[in-house]
Design a protein around this ligand. Structure first.
Ligand SMILES: C[C@H](O)CC(=O)SCCNC(=O)CCNC(=O)[C@H](O)C(C)(C)COP(=O)(O)OP(=O)(O)OC[C@H]1O[C@@H](n2cnc3c(N)ncnc32)[C@H](O)[C@@H]1OP(=O)(O)O
Length: 726
């Protein structure tokens, strides 16, 4: 093991063996750590000078759980034997049923397999800030070191189900209330109190409790079945396409009926099956891909330090501007919100307050905290207060001349170090900053609506944007709890550019005669939060109409143009904004498909006239799915080919966090590779022949399909290497 990766055993004069796990940064339980743990435990059990054991983690953390890299390795090789037997061999046989008691001394975090090790101990002492949880379901698996059995026996079934199915972590204080934690102490006292506790158990002055043998917290079989039934119904709704939720409940039930040990055995069996599932492959890929976005070559690896951004100005208090302002003040940043007149300013300030009120109503913020947070915000009508801001984020409507004049104004009003960011979702940044001489400070900060909720921040750089500016914006993004993805400059950038064929593909299908509500249902069943037509209703048609010509100009030959949106507006339909789009929106009820929209669709179909022989095409649900998503994958190929993203997996993260692409499918490119480039290429070719250039496969896709290579392989042999623009 390396110098920082070790498990140590220190036996004190009190007869307590302190076993410490070290594997920075989170003390993940890698196979080498597991092997060393078994070895140290065996030694402690065999030594006559050891009466009791305290298990802890180095550097202020207990453990972040089993090493997720091993799952990635299992996915690559299919070799399930890479998973060590921890559940029975170590936790049951050695820790829980061993002849000497163990106490877990918890600090920082105890997650997944980390928490499960502590559950096998006979008591848990924790510092107050420690985070405790079993988040395995977010990786497509279930807890595999006995957590499904021991957690319900310690905290009761409802709380355990809540923590596992919703992957909720709790603090030590709540853990103590529920019986998971035996005592909360200061970090300085942690080891001392744990040692004493362990000795008291050994001397039978404190109870020697084996969690797996307890039944007092799980109630009668009938009660348990009722709780499990309700949880199953809930999981059917919230996690319809994922096997691990129902599986977790089955395993819990097994333990309730046949006893904890039988439950542990069933848990191991299902755990091994789920590790190999496509859901786990997708979710583990997302876990690592999300972390990879923090590593941007030439930005995060050149020794730069982020500057402190204390004060930010936001220009425009509309939907985006007020959302961005909300996210900033929530992280403690001072914000100046600028509007052009008092009416708009008041509206913007009210929207920010309403966003915070929403949090208070949900119980995630106190009214007092809300008042204090609002003190960070100041509304203004001119640039006087811009003299000491560190960053400006422009969030006005998508009009080139307006943006250009704002940028030349802020260049004069702000200090020379100030970052000049635009929230444009489409317009080329070089055009936005054309009238300034501050190209190195200009950057895109593309938020997704609602900006205080959606987790993605697309950071757009031009050839001239400085590395420092990119790093600073990445740091601000993380501070406001977003996942920043750095992309290159082009029409629509990475996300909207990749997804414009998603909207257009669904519109083309509609004009080929496929029913609007059937398209939405197919896409929803695939796992998108809503279908593309409902999404258009919710987003409003304004932006789509404003950017239509921008896409048509930029992507000639591969756009599908129709009068559909214009006809919708002409017919008094503005989507959710006025309660009438493809669906009808009434307060308090779910959107209802509006049959009368068919008249508008018929007119648009008549004008577009794209149905072969004037007759609707006949397609299966699978074909609908493919005809919407394969053109989207095709555009993602161009985005990778042009080097707009640093790596293929950045599109996966952007699609999951920006567009709601189902996380358990691993993101757009990962999903495409699970289908195969050859199949996607052949289908696109087939449709291009039948229905035109919109479907024509890109060069990047063709190259990989012909060689049977994955689309995520962004560079081929040196002679065929993609042009890298970044
Ligand atoms: C059998 C068992 O039941 C199965 C299991 O235990 S499965 C694992 C269950 N545990 C988890 O799901 C926890 C996953 N980790 C996390 O949620 C977060 O990383 C955390 C809360 C621990 C720390 O978050 P944060 O401080 O923001 O740091 P974060 O950037 O996420 O992680 C730091 C590094 O640790 C790595 N890491 C975190 N948890 C890890 C784990 N369990 N295994 C391997 N690596 C891990 C990350 O990949 C990252 O590596 P990088 O620096 O090379 O990118």
């Amino acid at each position: 093991m390396g110098s920082k990766v070790w498990v140590s055993l220190d036996v004190g004069s009190d007869g307590v063996a302190l076993i410490t796990i070290s594997n920075p940064p989170v003390n993940a339980l890698a196979p080498a750590i597991v092997a060393a743990l078994k070895e140290k435990y065996t030694e402690a059990m065999n030594r006559s000078d050891v009466k009791a054991i305290v298990l802890t983690g180095a550097s202020g953390k207990f453990s972040g759980g089993f090493d997720i890299n091993v799952f990635a390795e299992v996915h690559k090789t299919g070799n399930i034997s890479l998973l060590p037997d921890v559940s029975v061999e170590l936790v049951v046989n050695v820790i829980e049923d061993g002849p000497k008691p163990s106490v877990a001394a918890i600090q920082g975090l105890a997650l997944g397999g980390g928490l499960e090790l502590t559950l096998g101990c006979h008591a848990r002492i924790s510092t107050s800030e420690a985070q405790l949880g079993l988040p395995e379901l977010t990786l497509g698996i279930i807890p595999g070191f006995g957590g499904t059995q021991r957690l319900p026996r310690l905290v009761g079934l409802p709380k355990a189900i809540d923590m596992m199915l919703l992957s909720k972590t709790i603090r030590a204080k709540e853990g103590k209330e529920y019986g998971l934690i035996d005592a909360i102490v200061s970090p300085e006292e942690l080891i001392r109190v744990s040692r004493l506790w362990a000795l008291e158990i050994a001397d039978r002055r404190k109870p020697w409790i084996r969690s797996l043998h307890r039944t007092d917290k799980i109630g009668s079989l009938a009660e348990a079945r009722e709780i499990l039934k309700a949880a199953r119904q809930q999981a059917k709704k919230t996690a319809p396409n994922m096997p691990q939720h129902q599986g977790c409940l089955d395993v819990i039930e097994e333990g309730i009926i046949f006893g904890g040990y039988a439950g542990v055995l069933k848990e191991t069996k299902l755990f091994n099956e789920l590790v190999l599932s496509s859901t786990s492959r997708g979710l583990v890929h997302v876990f690592f891909s999300q972390r990879a976005t923090s590593k941007v070559p030439n930005v995060t690896d050149v020794g730069l330090k982020p500057r402190r951004i204390k004060k930010v100005a936001v220009i425009g208090g509309g939907l985006m501007g007020s959302g961005i302002t909300t996210a900033l003040i929530l992280s403690g940043t001072h914000v100046i919100l600028k509007e052009i007149n008092t009416t708009f300013l008041q509206k913007g300030l009210k929207s920010v307050a309403a966003n915070l009120e929403g949090l208070v109503k949900k119980g995630s913020m106190t009214p007092d905290k809300m008042s204090k947070t609002l003190l960070l915000l100041k509304g203004v009508l001119d640039y006087t207060d811009f003299k000491d801001v560190d960053m400006v984020i422009e969030a006005v409507i998508e009009k080139v001349p307006l943006k250009q004049s704002i940028f030349s104004e802020i260049e004069k009003a702000c200090p020379p170090h100030c970052i000049l960011a635009t929230n444009t979702s489409t317009i080329d940044l070089n055009i936005v900053g054309q009238k300034t001489s501050s190209q190195d400070r200009i950057v895109g900060a593309h938020f997704f609506s609602p900006a205080h909720v959606m987790p993605l921040l697309e950071i757009v750089r031009t050839e001239k944007t400085s590395q420092q500016v990119i790093l600073d914006l990445m740091t601000v993004g993380k501070a406001i709890k977003k996942v920043p993805v750095v992309v290159g400059n082009c029409t629509g950038f990475a996300v909207n550019r990749t997804f414009f064929p998603y909207t257009q593909g669904s519109q083309l299908l509609l004009h080929l005669g496929v029913d609007v509500f059937r398209i939405d249902a197919v896409i929803r069943n695939f796992g998108m939060p809503m279908g593309p037509f409902q999404l258009a209703d919710v987003a409003g048609y304004g932006v789509a109409l404003a950017v239509k010509s921008i896409y048509a100009d930029a992507f000639k030959g591969r756009v599908f143009l129709s009068d559909l949106m214009d006809l919708m507006v002409e017919n008094g339909r503005q989507g959710k904004a006025n309660g009438k789009g493809y669906y009808l929106y009434e307060k308090g009820s779910k959107p209802k498909p509006d049959p009368s929209v068919q008249t508008v669709i018929q007119e648009s179909r008549r004008r577009a006239n794209v149905m072969p022989n004037g007759k609707p095409i006949s397609v299966t649900d699978q074909e609908i799915l493919e005809m919407v998503f394969f053109p989207t994958i095709n555009e993602a190929c161009r985005v990778m080919d042009e080097g707009v993203v640093v790596r293929a997996s950045d599109i996966d993260i952007a699609s999951v966090l920006g567009m709601g692409f189902p996380k358990y499918r691993g993101g757009l490119v990962f999903w495409a590779d699970s289908i195969g480039s050859g199949y996607i290429y052949s289908k696109l070719n087939e449709w291009a022949e039948k229905y035109g250039g919109f479907y024509k496969p890109s060069r990047y896709l063709e190259e990989r399909a012909k060689k049977n290579l994955p689309l995520s392989m962004t560079s081929l042999a040196p002679s065929q290497a993609s042009r890298a623009r970044l």
